[in-house]
Design a binder for this molecule. Structure first.
Ligand code: SF4
Length: 468
């Protein structure tokens, strides 16, 4: 088959989006054409997420649609990869629509697996047998080579790229499936990370985001040298062409002061931390096996604010964890008020099969209470976000432009004739303003004129108002 067409759907976190980019790149390099339409594809690839039940349900619903498409086009090959592939393995292969199951550690094999199935019509599976044992060096090297082959900016985020610095997780938070589907924590060699970022910078990338499940526990030993995240930030800062550096996600128990000092010292490192607290109740934090108390967390945030001027903090919370009482929830609300997050992501607890919380604690908080707590916590956060944003009215901010705002028909400046663009500040605040689309992927300065809890609105200040 010459230039077969492939359609890719991606669910889940930033780590999954990165895997999708790597896979898309590998298929394009192997001569496949990408299509936005599943029904006209020769192969449909689905990158899956197991973090919440809802994410898995969406994948099963998509598989249901593909089953219908396959009634008229049985030759379409459907490959499921990512966390669900590792979690469900052969069970997923039994689904009528599925031909290939490929776990996250096996994605370098995906192109060959699809090519074989297109040819032979025989399905296949590649998952990791003992997911918690240390990966074989050959497997890590293969994943690293696969990673290194990706050297372009993100298609929908010009001048930006995400770079994985570590894989897996060793923390075993009781609600989380990640350690069972992504395996033990392994850090990539700094030399490979730096080589990759240099290639990205040469292809026009100006902002890199270093990715890891617990990015601040990055550690790589070689001979007498030991590298942590602080050292890596220093090394990435030295790369010409890279202007902004971000890292996500941090675990509260693994921050050492060196990281904050590096953030304060290195002008390229954005003053932004995403550091999930999950709960403000010590009892619930213990049941979650998070390894810190709420006062440890608050001290950490105070230290970050004291060392890094103007730092913005984003958080994650789970409401309705098994056993969470009204009093526990009240302590979470207090924590949110005390920290004054830039923004928070709030999730209703979703039991995941195979986790300790699911096996031992059940799902005791009624759905209606979870929903109420979710709404209440978001409302508390909205007031804080609005207050912090209001302090920025009149400020001049530097932003990196992402592209057209999804709501570009709104807020169009009178008679400007220019579309509305979306951009982000170094502190990860969303800014929209009217400007030429050619600004996408460029830095510029904007004066903030009005705000909402989620967005800053402004006017472009630089000469780049007109592109010539
Ligand atoms: S730190 Fe906890 S929540 Fe985060 S990936 Fe690891 S186990 Fe999951």
């Amino acid at each position: 088959m010459s230039n077969p067409k492939v359609h890719l759907r991606s669910f889940g976190c930033q780590m999954n989006k990165l895997d999708s980019n790597l896979v898309e790149n590998a298929f394009a390099s192997a001569g496949y054409k990408l299509t936005d339409t599943a029904s006209e594809a020769d192969a449909v690839l689905i990158n899956t997420c197991s973090v919440r039940g809802g994410a898995e349900e969406r994948v099963f619903s998509l598989l249901g649609q593909l089953k219908h498409i396959k009634e008229s086009r049985p030759e379409i090959v459907v490959a499921v990869f990512g966390c669900m592939a590792q979690r469900l393995g052969a069970e997923l292969l039994n689904h009528e629509a599925v031909n290939i199951v490929c776990a996250p550690a096996q994605i370098p094999q995906l192109v060959d697996m699809v090519a074989d199935t297109l040819e032979s019509k025989v399905g296949s599976i590649a998952v990791t047998e003992n997911i918690r044992s240390r990966p074989q060096p050959e497997l890590s090297e293969r994943l690293d080579d696969f990673e290194l082959a990706y050297d372009r900016p993100q298609e929908r985020l010009p001048s930006q790229a995400f770079v994985r610095i570590m894989r897996g997780c060793n923390n075993f938070c009781t609600y989380c499936i990640v350690p069972y589907v992504r395996g033990p924590e392994t850090s990539r060699p700094p030399s490979a990370i730096i080589a990759q970022i240099k290639k990205l910078a040469a292809s026009g990338v100006k902002q890199v985001t270093l990715l890891g499940q617990t990015v601040n526990s990055y550690r790589y030993e070689t001979g007498e040298n030991s590298y942590g995240l602080a050292e890596l930030l220093e090394m990435v800062s030295e790369i010409d062409g890279i202007e902004w550096i971000r890292f996500v996600t941090g675990h509260p128990k693994d921050f050492d002061e060196k990281i904050f000092r590096a953030m304060a010292k290195l002008p390229k490192v954005c003053p932004y931390l995403h550091v999930p607290a999950q709960s403000g109740s010590d009892r619930i934090l213990k049941a979650m096996n998070r390894g810190y108390t709420s006062s440890d967390y608050i001290s950490l945030i105070e230290k970050a604010k004291a060392i890094v001027p103007g730092i913005a903090i984003a958080g994650d919370f789970i409401v309705g964890f098994p056993g969470e009482t009204d009093e526990d929830f009240a302590t979470t609300v207090e924590l949110v008020k005390k920290v004054e997050y830039k923004n928070c992501f709030v999730f209703k607890y979703s039991p995941r099969p195979g986790t300790r919380a699911d096996e031992k604690l059940g799902d005791t908080v009624p759905a209606e209470i979870k929903k109420q707590r979710n709404i209440e916590l978001l409302a508390v956060q909205e007031k804080i976000s609005l207050k912090l944003n209001e302090a920025l009215v009149g400020a001049k901010v530097k932003v990196l432009v992402e592209g057209l705002s999804k709501k570009s028909h709104l807020n169009r400046a009178e008679n400007s004739g220019l579309p509305q663009l979306i951009a982000r500040t170094a502190t990860d605040r969303i800014v929209v303003f009217n400007g030429h689309i050619e600004l996408a992927g460029r830095f510029c300065h904007v004066q903030i004129t009005k705000v909402s809890a989620l967005t800053l609105f402004g006017e472009l200040l630089d000469r780049l108002t007109r592109i010539i």
